[in-house]
Design a protein around this ligand. Structure first.
Ligand SMILES: CC(C)(COP(=O)(O)OP(=O)(O)OC[C@H]1O[C@@H](n2cnc3c(N)ncnc32)[C@H](O)[C@@H]1OP(=O)(O)O)[C@@H](O)C(=O)NCCC(=O)NCCS
Length: 165
């Protein structure tokens, strides 16, 4: 059995470990960058915890204008105007050991329920690595307005969007 809960201070070394494990080095980000996404919106960031209490995955998501793509490895600053319509998924990652068991889809479903309750109406993300196929399965389509250069996200990266119904 897996539980999904908010991030706690003690989770960060494990989140950092999963991030280093599943993303290629060119997509690696500093811990302070990951934490800045959490600090921007703790209520929309989650971890998946296995019965053994091992952290199996995490998701960092925060409110962001639906046409904006943040630069990689850039800290999100607090105190700007908060866009309430759209949520940007910065990372959704499942440790290799736990991949392929439906956990990524469950973590996303949990996030969707949370953000629907909070009144958001859409989700955007940059799908990287094998991500486009996974996100397509979960109802995402390529975003029609790509205003930023996403080359730094790697070959095949796609800016994608999904409405929350
Ligand atoms: C992508 C990732 C989150 C998927 O998590 P997961 O727990 O292995 O995925 P699930 O088991 O929940 O799969 C859900 C569905 O997506 C499909 N899927 C998962 N990964 C896939 C892939 N790489 N290519 C194609 N389909 C994929 C599964 O087959 C499943 O489909 P089904 O419902 O028809 O059986 C995980 O592999 C991961 O963390 N990868 C590294 C980080 C990453 O690239 N994240 C996405 C960046 S945008």
């Amino acid at each position: 059995m897996v539980i999904f809960r908010r991030i706690e201070d003690a989770d960060w070394p494990y989140i950092e470990k999963i991030e280093e494990e599943v993303y290629v080095p060119s997509l690696g980000e500093e811990l302070v960058v990951l934490q800045s996404k959490y600090l921007a919106s703790p209520a929309t960031c989650l971890v998946a915890v296995e019965e053994s209490e091992e952290l199996a995955g995490y998701c960092l998501a925060y409110p962001l204008d639906a046409c904006t793509v943040p630069a990689l490895n850039s800290q999100t600053k607090l105190g700007g105007s908060v866009e309430r319509g759209n949520i940007f998924i910065h990372d959704l990652a499942i440790s290799a050991k736990y991949q392929g068991r439906g956990l990524g889809a469950e973590l996303f479903a949990k996030l969707c329920r949370l953000i629907r309750e909070q009144g958001f109406s859409s989700i955007t993300l940059v799908a990287v690595q094998e991500g486009p196929k996974f996100w397509h399965k979960l109802g995402f389509t390529p975003h029609s307005e790509l205003v930023a250069d996403i080359k730094e996200y790697g070959v095949g990266a796609q800016f994608m969007v999904r409405n929350i119904v």
